[in-house]
Design a protein around this ligand. Structure first.
Ligand code: SAM
Length: 203
């Protein structure tokens, strides 16, 4: 990953979401992107030029655009039409983003469009986040990494965030997924956790 001093940056054309530029690089704002926050508070696999990424919950392409600055291709799944319009504009200005208008709960709908990936990234903020990521793990190559951004309040607003976090870890582990790291994203994002996993064998 590229840092200028303490600042995480990516190399690409700016002007995607009003991000700052620093020495010609795009500043990757940890308050706007949970993945940037994870790179600052935890350990996370490095993004590399030969990597293929499946990104679930692309929204308007803020984080997708930074990931695309580092990797070969990003398959960006989003089911809401409004953010998809912005994502299409981001994809038009980059050569390696494949926007897919689809529900991440139904990977069979976009399976013909997606190849095996090195990294599966999910940020859908839904009650069944763990189930969605498990369903999509069919796209992950053996030994690849899976990153789940967990919004605990979306899973169960009445339950303590710590319990939702632990329940999610249990669900993932009982599916044969190995947890590499799990961390809260404070101070950048409250009640959000990141879970970095790997899969030794297809789930
Ligand atoms: N990852 C984005 C970023 O960092 O720039 C922010 C994502 S936002 C928290 C969650 C997004 O997931 C929303 O745009 C929402 O429409 C999308 N989403 C939620 N459930 C989804 C699903 N089942 N399939 C596809 N997209 C979904």
């Amino acid at each position: 990953m590229i840092h200028i001093g303490e600042v995480l940056v990516s190399k690409g054309e700016g002007g995607v979401y009003g991000e700052r530029m620093l020495d010609g690089y795009r500043v990757w704002d940890p308050y706007r992107s949970k993945l940037a926050a994870l790179y600052l508070v935890g350990t996370c696999p490095e993004l590399k030029p030969d990597m293929k990424v499946l990104y679930l919950g692309a929204a308007n392409g803020t984080t997708v655009s930074h990931v695309a600055d580092y990797v070969e291709v990003v398959y960006a799944v989003e089911f809401a039409s409004r953010p998809m319009q912005d994502l299409l504009e981001v994809a038009r200005r980059r050569k390696n983003i494949m926007p897919i208008l689809a529900d991440a709960s139904s990977p069979e709908h976009y399976a013909p469009l997606v190849e095996t990936v090195d990294l599966l990234y999910q940020d859908v903020a839904q009650p069944d986040q763990a189930a969605i990521v498990i369903r999509n793990s069919i796209f992950l190559k053996t030994g690849g990494h899976l990153i789940l951004m967990l919004k605990t309040r979306s899973v169960d607003i009445r339950k303590k965030p710590e319990l939702v976090f632990q329940d999610t870890l249990d669900i993932l582990m009982s599916s044969g997924i190995t947890i590499c790291e799990s961390t809260w994203l404070a101070p950048y994002h409250q009640d959000h956790a990141a879970i970095v996993c790997t899969i030794k064998h297809p789930v």
